[in-house]
Unconditional design. Structure first.
Length: 203
């Protein structure tokens, strides 16, 4: 009976039930937050390669993909198998990968990608131990072209918890330029975004 109930839940809710430590939100991200995240996709690159990590049900994917509509590649990585399937069915033209962000380098190499122009990330950083935060950030930095941008978000109410503070310190250790942007209040819960450039050691 429990398995049947899980199958009947919306994909996002079902994923939270299956993996409560991997889904950090109470609801899918809003269109306003998606638009903020999607703005990191460069409009100066004719055929950009964009990677989205922790794509979930595609709240960011649908908006950001529009900025790659003229060409390029959009690779969306989601660890939860069922959500990855849902994402693939709803987003034709997106290369959906059921995989782990900690293996980003291998995922890209297997697809012939040597560098990317933008990385969008919806992972719940504050739930991760510092070792995992560090590993994923290292994978992201290594994958980025010198001009690339990395963007992610954190919930305003969680800014003071230890996991969030650790993440801020880790991201500033990896990137020379870290811009904490104004909160997006039209999101549940409200979220602030980070825009990160110039990965140390890249160039």
């Amino acid at each position: 009976m429990l398995d049947g109930l899980k199958r009947s839940l919306p994909p996002f809710v079902a994923a939270a039930v299956r993996n409560p430590k991997s889904v950090g939100a109470a609801a899918p991200s809003s269109r306003a937050l998606a638009a903020r995240m999607a703005s990191a996709v460069p409009d100066t690159v004719a055929t950009p390669t964009v990677v989205e990590i922790g794509a979930g049900t595609g709240a960011f994917t649908r908006v950001a993909r529009e900025r790659v509509a003229g060409g390029g590649r959009y690779i969306a990585i989601e660890r939860d198998e069922r959500m990855a399937g849902h994402l693939e069915r709803g987003n034709p033209g997106v290369e959906v990968v059921n995989g782990d962000a900690a293996e980003l380098g291998k995922i890209l190499a297997d697809r012939g990608v040597s560098s990317v122009d933008a990385v969008l990330c919806g992972l719940p950083w504050s739930l991760f131990p510092v070792e995992l935060q560090r590993r994923i950030l290292g994978e992201i930095a290594t994958a980025m072209a010198p001009h690339a941008v990395f963007t992610t978000f954190a919930y305003v109410h969680a800014a003071r918890i230890p996991g969030s503070k650790r993440f801020r310190a880790e991201v500033e250790a990896v990137f020379e330029d870290v811009e904490a942007q104004a909160p997006v209040w039209r999101n549940l819960p409200p979220a602030m975004t980070y825009l990160c450039r110039n990965a140390r050691g890249v160039g």
